[in-house]
Design a protein around this ligand. Structure first.
Ligand SMILES: *[C@@H]1O[C@H](CO)[C@@H](O)[C@H](O)[C@H]1NC(C)=O
Ligand SMILES: *[C@@H]1O[C@H](CO)[C@@H](O)[C@H](O)[C@H]1NC(C)=O
Ligand SMILES: *[C@@H]1O[C@H](CO)[C@@H](O)[C@H](O)[C@H]1NC(C)=O
Ligand SMILES: *[C@@H]1O[C@H](CO)[C@@H](O)[C@H](O)[C@H]1NC(C)=O
Ligand SMILES: *[C@@H]1O[C@H](CO)[C@@H](O)[C@H](O)[C@H]1NC(C)=O
Ligand SMILES: *[C@@H]1O[C@H](CO)[C@@H](O)[C@H](O)[C@H]1NC(C)=O
Ligand SMILES: *[C@@H]1O[C@H](CO)[C@@H](O)[C@H](O)[C@H]1NC(C)=O
Ligand SMILES: *[C@@H]1O[C@H](CO)[C@@H](O)[C@H](O)[C@H]1NC(C)=O
Length: 486
């Protein structure tokens, strides 16, 4: 069962259409179950070091959300709702297109058995009960249907003995779900980690994260990042039947746009996506230092710029990758081919990206790792037939906002494996939009799962040369900045 959605948003004067299609949620769940048994076996056998990235899914590369002839769900300007919440009240901001968020203050106690947060008040009728699903894909009903709903219940009581606090917290809580599409690296960053940063960074780590639909593997994979945002252990809401008491709680996460942080929408401070990247850098510093110490490998010639290829196999692979590597080396690059799999540690991917000048990859969820590139690096996304809109919206535009030099390399029909399968006159080649118009199943089967790329290296050489020149000029500028002061 494949779900398909259209949302018509009336946004000011402008009517914006936003359409996304999603991968079958059930199959994702099954995949997760498989991973859980894998985790179990791994722990039993203890054969190798458990790494945070071990149970990641980035290589599944199901870019579930997809669209055509669209405009993106634009960034919106929420009224500053619920910034000041008075004691004993619940305030919900439901003006966002991508997420709802509720803030409550007072005597808050959890009751996971009834999926509730109870706000005890000493006066009657001060606030109304609310329901909220703390996940950031509000417009996609099919996935929201799978997300656990929380009840926020005000309760009058003059006896504080109503519910005894098992755990008393002196700092605020942020409640969010790691259900939905969690399991795909694009969604993990876009719907989870970046919104978590947006919602919680101003607490300066004095905040407790309470996770609804918690997974051990998520904590292992993202623990390094989470500890940069919170000094406190995570609370597994459903798995912990104790009553946790807070004085303040935010339920749900704020989100801006695709894979970005918009500083003008930050209610506390003017943080940007670069600040988010700095959090990643701090998160991986320790691990990378120990990796460097373990190493005996000879160092690469650091005078040359480094190019990393994020390699896929299965679908959307580069069929002549070996020749591409040779060409890049001839152009003057040190080349690293990265084939992240389920066991690749996140810190190792970060390290490869953070030391690269150029990243090349074919459109897919693994492109999310552009977030690991240093600003002013070059990101070349190879855009297969029929994927222009998604490539640009999900990765191209966000990459520019991080300060990368983005190059979308749109392939010619002859560079697609589909050209040889269907022939040059087939609508699949001539008019991908007409196929995309037929529905997500067509897009997915033909363009995402059925396509490989054989680069025309005479054509691609230009892109490589441009990237090389750009990298050299950037290095010179950084190494001898005084020459460029006017
Ligand atoms: C940030 O949000 C504001 C307000 O919605 C918008 O006008 C602006 O274009 C956004 N900036 C970026 C870089 O998207
Ligand atoms: C807030 O409300 C709770 C319960 O309604 C009360 O115990 C607490 O003292 C109040 N705090 C402040 C700062 O008014
Ligand atoms: C508040 O409501 C409770 C139950 O609904 C009732 O017992 C109590 O008398 C009310 N108190 C006031 C001050 O109205
Ligand atoms: C509380 O609200 C209910 C219905 O909204 C109303 O009937 C009742 O009179 C209110 N009580 C107080 C004490 O305001
Ligand atoms: C709160 O106190 C009032 C009077 O002191 C009493 O009538 C009422 O029943 C109490 N309510 C609860 C819920 O204990
Ligand atoms: C952000 O705010 C800080 C302090 O308020 C200020 O120093 C800095 O210049 C601001 N940065 C931007 C990009 O506005
Ligand atoms: C990333 O690269 C920068 C600049 O080369 C370096 O200062 C930083 O320590 C690196 N980050 C990590 C986590 O290794
Ligand atoms: C992809 O590569 C892995 C090992 O790198 C291999 O096990 C797997 O079979 C490959 N998949 C395809 C479809 O070629």
């Amino acid at each position: 069962m494949v779900q398909y959605h259209r949302l018509i948003i009336h946004h000011g004067r402008k009517e914006e259409r936003f359409r996304v299609s999603v991968e079958e949620v059930g199959s994702l769940k099954k995949a997760k179950q498989k991973f859980l048994s894998f985790l179990f076996l791994t722990i039993l056998s203890c054969c190798f070091i458990v790494s945070p990235y071990l149970f990641g899914f980035s290589t599944l590369s199901l870019l579930d959300s997809f669209s055509r002839e669209n405009e993106a769900l634009s960034s919106y300007e929420p009224a500053p709702v619920c910034l000041e919440v008075s004691n004993g009240t619940i305030c919900c901001d439901r003006t966002g297109l991508r997420s709802d968020i509720c803030v409550m203050k007072g005597d808050i106690r959890t009751d996971s058995a009834s999926s509730s947060l109870i706000l005890f008040t000493s006066t009657n009728n001060t606030t109304t009960p609310q329901k909220i699903k703390p996940y950031t894909r509000k417009w996609e009903t099919s996935v929201m249907d799978t997300v656990q709903e929380l009840n926020l219940i005000p309760k009058h009581s003059n006896k504080s003995s109503d519910r005894v606090c098992d755990v008393y917290h002196d700092v605020p809580a942020v409640f969010f779900s790691t259900g939905g599409y969690t399991g795909n690296v694009y969604h993990e960053f876009n719907d989870g980690i970046i919104p978590l940063f947006i919602t919680s960074q101003h607490y300066n780590k004095k905040v407790v994260f309470v996770i609804v639909e918690y997974h051990d593997w998520w904590e292992m994979k993202y623990g390094d990042i989470v500890t940069q945002l919170s000094d406190y252990p995570l609370v597994d809401f459903n798995g912990d039947s104790r009553t946790h008491c807070f004085k303040e709680a935010t339920v749900g996460l704020r989100i801006h746009d695709e894979l970005t942080v918009n500083s003008t929408l930050m209610s506390h401070g003017n943080k940007t996506i670069v600040d988010f990247r700095n959090v990643l850098d701090r998160a991986y510093t320790h691990r990378i230092q120990s990796l460097v110490q373990e190493e005996t490998k000879t160092k690469l010639d650091s005078k040359k710029p480094k190019l990393v290829i994020l390699s896929r196999n299965g679908s959307r692979a580069i069929l002549n990758e070996d020749l591409l590597v040779k060409l890049a080396e001839e152009t003057g690059f040190n080349v690293e081919v990265l084939r992240p799999n389920k066991r690749t540690e996140m810190a190792k991917i970060y390290r490869s990206m953070n030391t690269s000048d150029v990243m090349i990859g074919v459109h897919g969820a693994a492109m999310t790792h552009f977030l690991f590139l240093k600003p002013k690096s070059v990101f070349i996304q190879i855009v297969p037939l029929g994927t222009d809109w998604a490539a640009d919206t999900y990765y191209g535009e966000p990459a520019k906002k991080l300060g990368l030099k983005y190059i979308g390399y749109k392939i010619m029909p002859q560079e697609s494996s589909l050209y040889y399968e269907y022939g040059k006159d087939d609508p699949v080649i001539r008019d991908p939009d007409s196929l995309n118009d037929k529905g997500w199943e067509y897009t997915k089967k033909i363009y995402l799962q059925g396509q490989n790329v054989k680069l025309d290296l005479r054509r691609f050489r230009e892109t490589l040369a441009r990237s090389y020149d750009f990298s050299i000029r950037r290095r010179v500028r950084e190494e001898v900045p005084h020459l460029f002061v006017s």
